[in-house]
Design a protein around this ligand. Structure first.
Ligand SMILES: Cc1ncc(COP(=O)(O)O)c(C=O)c1O
Length: 398
């Protein structure tokens, strides 16, 4: 039998990143198996059950024998439903059609396939730091030249746009934005989006707008997508999905909305990788978008209460300061006066305090000195976690 020693692996494997949250989750589960109480604030998934009508649609589809392959871009009726929903929600004109939508098993593989359809070695690729790890992992794999623009706590975790402008050139192919933002909960302002749109047109790049948290939004204003700004429909790739808004992380259902020609190429990547998404899961997606919006709004209201409780509580603990996130379900407190080794602190809080959270530097160098808490935990668990942090923190040796 052929042994797979490390030297047989493709060199490109070295350039892959990964999501550290899954490793913390594994350790947290080990501690639980030993009988320890752990509050899970490490992983980015709503703790709510998927709404009943969505589950029923999937079960009905199963009993209706919708268990066969679908087109690689997704079922036409789901693509039409998404195009209609997304055009209405984002006020995009002319409206998107099904030819603009590509379905995948989660937004993550769709990000991979979209960037794979676009990036040549040496292409300039711009994103931000700290960030969800998938963008840079894929761009590095394809040997793009990767630029990370720091997000600034002083700008409520928004990009330094002067720095963005300095890093652009005629070789810039794709700029990623993510608002609301993982891991900080920051939201780009209208002025920010207008400036990025102006730069996109001046430097002729595509914007990959990861809007997966567009329904986890706490400002008293309508969500603004860069795709709705003049001239941007044709140069924006909107990434969205069902994981966060509908508590459907384990179903694996996401999508991109993009110019039709690019959609065909991304579909080719789908065809070559997973072929299609499970048929009954796609049917559940139609139910999510055409059914009542009440569960989404209810979950969001609960997230808002948890956010307030967590952020207020963190700010009462000596040495920790935390901005109020405007979207997503993450808080990103500054712990730099306690330590620069955020990962060691996260490990300590899990091992000693039973609080699972992430070290900010797992999301990039600019996350050093911060922690990420996902407030997808009950108010009772949040209170317990806050007490535990306050109790154990003085014993942390930096
Ligand atoms: C910013 C961002 N984009 C995309 C995803 C991918 O979500 P999924 O693959 O579950 O649709 C996540 C998940 O954590 C995320 O935080």
């Amino acid at each position: 039998m052929l042994a797979v020693h490390e030297d047989r692996l493709a060199a490109a494997v070295e350039r892959l990143g990964s999501e550290n949250a899954f490793e913390i989750l594994a350790r947290a589960r080990e501690l639980e198996a030993q009988g320890r109480r752990v509050v899970h604030m490490e992983i980015g998934e709503p703790d709510f059950d998927t709404p009943a009508d969505i589950k029923k649609a999937a079960v009905d589809a199963l009993y209706d024998n919708q268990t066969h392959y679908t087109p690689s871009s997704g079922i036409l009726s789901l693509r039409s439903t998404i195009a209609e929903y997304a055009s209405r929600f984002r006020h995009v004109t002319p409206e998107w059609g099904p030819e603009n939508v590509v379905i995948g098993p989660g937004a993550k593989p769709i990000i991979w396939n979209t960037l794979s359809a676009l990036l040549n070695p040496g292409d300039e690729f711009v994103y931000f730091d700290p960030a969800y790890p998938a963008y840079a992992s894929c761009a590095s794999y394809h040997q793009a030249k990767v630029h990370a623009i720091p997000l600034l706590e002083s700008r409520n975790w928004r990009m330094d746009l002067d720095e963005l402008e300095r890093r652009l050139s005629e070789k810039t192919k794709v700029v990623v934005i993510n608002s609301p933002h993982n891991p900080t909960g920051g939201v780009l302002t209208h002025a920010d989006l207008e400036r990025i749109a102006e730069l996109a047109q001046r430097f002729d790049f595509l914007v990959l707008a990861d809007e997966i948290y567009s329904r986890n939004f706490y400002l008293n204003e309508e969500y603004l997508s860069i795709a709705s700004l003049p001239g941007m429909r044709e140069r924006t790739i909107v990434v969205d999905g069902f994981s966060k808004a509908y508590a459907m992380t384990g179903w694996r259902l996401g999508y991109a909305i993009l110019p039709a020609q690019l959609a065909r190429t991304v579909t080719l990547f789908n065809n070559n990788t997973f072929s299609c998404v499970a048929t009954f899961v796609q049917m559940a997606g139609i139910a999510a978008l055409t059914g009542s919006d009440e569960p989404v709004l209810r979950m969001n209201e609960i997230f808002r209460q948890r956010r307030d409780r967590l952020v207020n509580g963190l700010n009462e603990i000596p040495g920790i300061s935390c901005l109020l996130p405007e979207g997503a379900f993450y808080a990103f407190p500054n712990v730099s006066s306690i330590t620069q080794d955020d990962r060691a602190l996260a490990k300590f809080l899990l091992e000693e305090g039973g609080v699972a959270c992430g070290g900010g530097s797992s999301f990039g160098a600019a996350g050093k000195g911060y922690l990420r808490f996902s407030y997808a935990a009950s108010l009772e668990d949040i209170d317990w976690a806050l007490e535990s942090i306050a109790k154990h923190l003085p014993h942390f040796k930096a």
